[in-house]
Write a protein that binds this ligand. Structure first.
Ligand SMILES: Cc1cc2nc3c(=O)[nH]c(=O)nc-3n(C[C@H](O)[C@H](O)[C@H](O)COP(=O)(O)OP(=O)(O)OC[C@H]3O[C@@H](n4cnc5c(N)ncnc54)[C@H](O)[C@@H]3O)c2cc1C
Ligand SMILES: NC(=O)c1ccc[n+]([C@@H]2O[C@H](COP(=O)([O-])OP(=O)(O)OC[C@H]3O[C@@H](n4cnc5c(N)ncnc54)[C@H](OP(=O)(O)O)[C@@H]3O)[C@@H](O)[C@H]2O)c1
Ligand SMILES: Cc1cc2nc3c(=O)[nH]c(=O)nc-3n(C[C@H](O)[C@H](O)[C@H](O)COP(=O)(O)O)c2cc1C
Length: 611
């Protein structure tokens, strides 16, 4: 108390003390990060020294020696970035000096000069690193990777256990740092989609482990440095977040595909009034959905459990129906559920799938067998409600690209949502979040939401040209881009390549694009309707090829490329088309064309938002 009083005035200290008493642990970490971020504005601190990122801690200005903790993250949808910010705050609260960097922007040549390196890496695609961090992974796996003797490290790997290559990116970093001679500070921690508890524990453990390295009588946190985006903790503008979502009111919710369409895509408008939530075009909105009541009933019926049975979850005691509706994932099965159900049912078939070398077979099995199907095929008479919920993982929010600009629609957020519907084992199924959103058509409907920033998919300067490629709901962020550019009267040219099934029923936002073309915000529009003429199908990449010369000229003139939508087929096919275009019109071979596109990526001129 005396120490604080000697730094702060009595009145300042009273205010700090008063605020501190109201904060829970997470809020306290956030506030500490916020203050650390604010302190960077006040010169002179080490944070103002742009050269610091390239220096080792030994070269830091005079003062008691403290090892520099470098926090590197690889992210696509923002979780790793948020955790990096929290880790920085926790470490600085222990008096440590941290530097936070996005691996998408980190200069790999600095790596050999680091001291303690804490890595947080998500896995994307089919077991790949986040696209923006690919260069770093190539570097660390390549021949030019430096010896890392003298460096200490630990890895937090983020993933989803339903994927065949679970936490693959984190595993690569862990193996490579060890192979290059770095000393492992602590074993790698792998986190499933419900990563919060494991990640919090790792963060606390790292801060504690490194605390002895803090300079003696370390001052209040002042020295955090950020490369490639401020630590999330210092940047959060609203009290609402993934861990504390805002209850948004539904303003509009309409199908924008025609009645005769073979699919349903909805335009959803939500109010953010009073939330303080802000976003940029390119960001995503997290939706906290509920399971379909009919599915909950089926699961209860199959297990023979009472809806009113009490169960204890992390948040406290509730009924089984509430838990299955709002808190637990009851569609996708997971390795954890499989292992538990194999034990309870005694099924040899399930037990065989739990073996560690069965990841591929397991993933294939999960695609055809959800929780309900496993419960139906392998009944466990007499199971208790507590036993059942113990195998289920928390229901995860789903992300949706934001389809509006705050400049054009203040305090609102718009989404373009394709309703997932399919049949499995003779039962009609509906996607958890897209299905839930499709039901919110009454008066005064609400849904909990949070903003997920997506630094890798933001607009360039207003006078730069952009080429936007999107199929289906992949068009959503481009609506936001165009709204923003229209309001700002941006002078950069804009070219949209849009693909859907049928012109008549699936031309999403047709009137708006035509209006934007008319007023000059949109310079060019190319369309590919795949099911109007079935043989051969026309996709966005075919339109790109057709316009190859002009696309290449735009790129040569400095245009940025954006690709959004399906990750499995569309994005790789579009990439192949771009390679061909660059090779043909740039007079190169395919390898050189790949390098050309990789260089665009490094310059943030080839950006992907695929799912
Ligand atoms: C950054 C980002 C942005 C996104 N933006 C958008 C957007 O703008 N618009 C949009 O609509 N979506 C978007 N998505 C996708 C969205 O997050 C959800 O994944 C999607 O809506 C499905 O979620 P759901 O809860 O409705 O379905 P879920 O309940 O998650 O069901 C989907 C799952 O159902 C299963 N499934 C589907 N079809 C079949 C079948 N035939 N047989 C067996 N199983 C099947 C699969 O396991 C599939 O993974 C985005 C995703 C990300 C990561
Ligand atoms: N994993 C998958 O196999 C898969 C497939 C479809 C959708 N999805 C997911 O479903 C969600 C919603 O999809 P959506 O309704 O927005 O759109 P979508 O189903 O992706 O379809 C939009 C348009 O893209 C076309 N398309 C299909 N394959 C393509 C390819 N290889 N290259 C370029 N275009 C291609 C479709 O044509 P056709 O349908 O006529 O072929 C359609 O015209 C997304 O999450 C998406 O990722 C996943
Ligand atoms: C399109 C997509 C593909 C993914 N592929 C994998 C995968 O192959 N293996 C895995 O373990 N996790 C996979 N994940 C899960 C992510 O790693 C996990 O959601 C992580 O928390 C994301 O972190 P980020 O927000 O920092 O990107 C995938 C997630 C998405 C959205």
């Amino acid at each position: 108390m005396e120490t604080q009083a000697s730094i702060l005035t009595t009145s300042q200290w009273e205010q700090v003390d008063l605020l501190a008493a109201t904060l829970d642990r997470e809020q306290a970490i956030w506030v500490s990060g916020y203050l650390a971020g604010r302190s960077q504005l006040a010169p002179p601190t080490r944070a103002d020294n742009p050269a610091l990122g390239a220096q080792s801690a030994a070269a830091l200005p005079a003062g008691p020696a403290s090892r520099l903790v470098t926090i590197l993250y690889a992210t696509d949808t923002g979780n790793a970035k948020e955790l990096a910010g929290m880790l920085s705050s926790a470490a600085e609260a222990k008096g440590l000096t941290t530097k936070v960097a996005d691996l998408a922007k980190y200069k790999s040549r600095d790596l050999k000069d680091e001291q303690d390196v804490l890595l947080i890496a998500a896995t994307h695609g089919e077991g790949e690193p986040p696209p923006a961090a690919l260069d770093f992974f190539e570097f660390i796996e390549g021949k030019r990777a430096p010896k890392l003797a003298g460096i200490r490290f630990s890895v937090l790997a983020l993933g989803d256990s339903t994927y065949e290559h679970y936490c693959a990116a984190g595993r690569i970093l862990d193996e490579r740092f060890e192979a290059l001679g770095a000393e492992r500070l602590a074993e790698r921690v792998e986190c499933d989609v419900d990563y919060e508890d494991d990640a919090d524990a790792w963060i606390a453990a790292m801060a504690e482990l490194l605390e002895p390295e803090a300079a003696p009588a370390a001052p209040a946190p002042t020295a955090s440095v950020s490369v490639g985006g401020a630590p999330a903790a210092a940047a959060a503008p609203s009290a609402f977040s993934k861990r504390n979502p805002f209850t948004a009111t539904v303003l509009e919710n309409i199908a924008i595909t025609g009645r005769d369409s073979s699919k349903e895509t909805r335009h959803v408008e939500l109010s953010l009034e009073g939330s303080g939530l802000a976003y940029e075009p390119g960001d995503a909105l997290g939706i906290v959905a509920q399971n379909e009541p009919a599915l909950v009933d089926r699961v209860l019926e199959q297990t023979g459990l009472s809806a009113d049975a009490p169960v204890t979850l992390k948040a406290g005691e509730t009924t089984l129906r509430d838990a299955l509706t709002s808190t637990l994932e009851i569609t996708a099965s997971t390795p954890r559920f499989l292992t538990q159900w194999a034990e309870l049912s005694g099924s040899e078939e399930l037990k065989a799938l739990t073996a560690s070398d069965q990841a591929k077979a397991r993933t294939a099995y999960f695609e055809g067998h959800h929780v309900l199907d496993i419960v139906r095929h392998f009944p466990v008479p007499g199971i208790t409600a507590e036993q059942f919920v113990a195998g289920l993982r928390p229901l995860q929010p789903r992300l949706y690209s934001i389809a509006s600009s705050l400049e054009a629609a203040p305090e609102e957020v718009h989404l373009t949502v394709s309703t997932v519907r399919y049949e499995l084992h003779d039962l009609q199924r509906i996607g958890v979040a897209s299905g839930h959103l499709a039901t919110l058509t009454g008066d005064e409907e609400t849904v909990p939401v949070y903003v997920q920033s997506n630094d890798h998919f933001h607009l360039p300067e207003d006078d730069a040209s952009i080429i936007m490629i999107g199929a289906g709901t992949g068009v959503a962020p481009y609506r936001a881009f165009m709204q923003e550019r229209e309001v700002r009267e941006a002078t950069g040219k804009s070219w949209l390549f849009f693909g859907e099934r049928n012109f008549r029923s699936d031309f999403l936002y047709q009137v708006e694009w035509q209006e934007l073309l008319k007023n000059g915000t949109l310079s060019k529009l190319d369309l590919a309707f795949s099911r109007d003429v079935r043989t051969p199908k026309t996709y966005v990449q075919d339109r790109l090829r057709l316009r190859g010369r002009e696309v290449y000229d735009w790129l040569e003139d400095g245009a940025s490329l954006y690709v959004c939508g399906d990750a499995t087929n569309m994005a790789p096919d579009v990439h192949r088309a771009l390679v061909e275009i660059v090779a043909e019109h740039g007079g190169t071979d395919n390898d050189e064309a790949e390098h050309y596109l990789a260089q665009l990526g490094r310059e943030n001129r080839y950006r992907l938002d695929v799912y």
